[in-house]
Design a protein around this ligand. Structure first.
Ligand code: 173
Length: 320
């Protein structure tokens, strides 16, 4: 092989692949949630760690959040190498990888999915469909809820217009709602103008963008498990030297190891919502169970409809 390249080309390739003279590499990082808000914080911790551990070897240039790039375009930008590292949830990039939204349906922790084949199955799809490597899920055990500006008395959303992402679409529609998809940055205005009567969002983070001011009710129980994860473009990762790659992989493992701790924030935000006067509409007992069962049934039906090939297999790996 070597003889096919002129000497300067070989020198370049050696440097580029991180030989002895490797330069510090800077990767471009972007988040699909507003900077410094709950779902960006794990990513920001990861960047701080990489930039500290990677001094002289590898750095991440944090480009920022939705002000720099619309959240639903982040997946495509990562796939095409416009950015190297992203923080996003699967629902935000179903345009490039429909099955990614299935993460919300996991009923097993990531440590288990990394052993039972579920993670490997997804990793293969990330490589094929998105030129991506999944580094770390930093949010787990974090249920979604329906938040409303008007009360309901039973699990029937007929007549309500709700803000959604792909996470909630099938479930809320099955309960009779009309839905409108928006990125998080448009929720406040939609509530303020009365364009929607409520929205789907996890238990944490509604204070970050001021939505508590416009929210009167939270519906319990919660459903699913919010997923927010860091991905890296496959070519960007492959270009790194083993040493540079180790900085990234170690920071990723460190971050994912703390995912369960985010659950502590569930209790904090639940209390904060109460203090803010948000009333809980709770479906108790069999009603609550039926509400949650409907969420999973419609959620999986949605994934399987979009991916008859992979949906049923993911259901086996992810469900309990
Ligand atoms: O509601 C949303 O924007 C959404 O889909 C989501 C997913 C994970 C965490 C936070 C929000």
């Amino acid at each position: 092989m070597r003889t096919r390249f002129a000497a300067p080309v070989v020198a370049c390739l050696v440097l580029g692949s991180g030989g002895a003279g490797a330069q510090e590499v800077t990767l471009k990082g972007i988040t699909s949630f507003a900077e410094k808000t709950f779902y960006s914080r794990g990513f920001e911790k990861f960047i701080d760690k990489v930039n500290a551990d990677g001094k002289g070897k590898i750095q991440i240039n944090y480009i920022g959040g939705p002000k720099a790039m619309p959240p639903f375009e982040v997946g495509n930008a990562l796939k095409n190498g416009v950015v190297d590292i992203s923080n996003a949830t699967g629902a935000f990039y179903t345009n490039v990888f429909p099955e990614a939204d299935a993460w919300k349906l996991t009923q097993r922790p990531m440590a288990e999915l990394r052993k039972n084949g579920g993670f490997d199955y997804m990793a293969k799809l990330y490589a094929e469909k998105m030129n991506a490597v999944f580094l770390a899920r930093h949010i787990d055990d974090n249920p979604f809820h329906l938040y409303l500006t008007k009360p309901i008395t039973k699990p029937d959303l007929t007549g309500l217009k709700l803000r959604i992402t792909p996470v909630y679409r099938e479930f809320f529609q099955a309960l009779g709602a009309t839905v409108v998809q928006t990125p998080p940055g448009e929720v406040y205005t939609a509530l303020e103008r009365g364009v929607v009567d409520g929205y789907g969002w996890p238990i944490t983070g509604i204070f970050d963008l001021g939505w508590h001011e416009r929210t009167k009710f939270r519906v319990d129980p919660g459903f699913y498990s919010a997923e927010v994860s860091i991905l890296i473009n496959k070519a960007s990762l492959e270009k790194l030297s083993p040493e540079q790659r180790k900085v990234i992989m170690d920071a990723a493992a460190w971050l994912e190891g703390q995912a369960a701790e985010t659950a502590k924030e569930n209790a904090t935000d639940t209390e904060k919502q109460k203090a803010a006067g948000i009333q809980v509409i709770e479906f108790k007992g069999a009603d609550g169970q039926a509400f949650r069962a409907k969420a999973y049934e419609t959620g999986w039906a949605g994934i399987i409809a979009k991916s008859p090939e992979h949906g049923p297999k993911l259901r086996e790996f992810f469900s309990k």
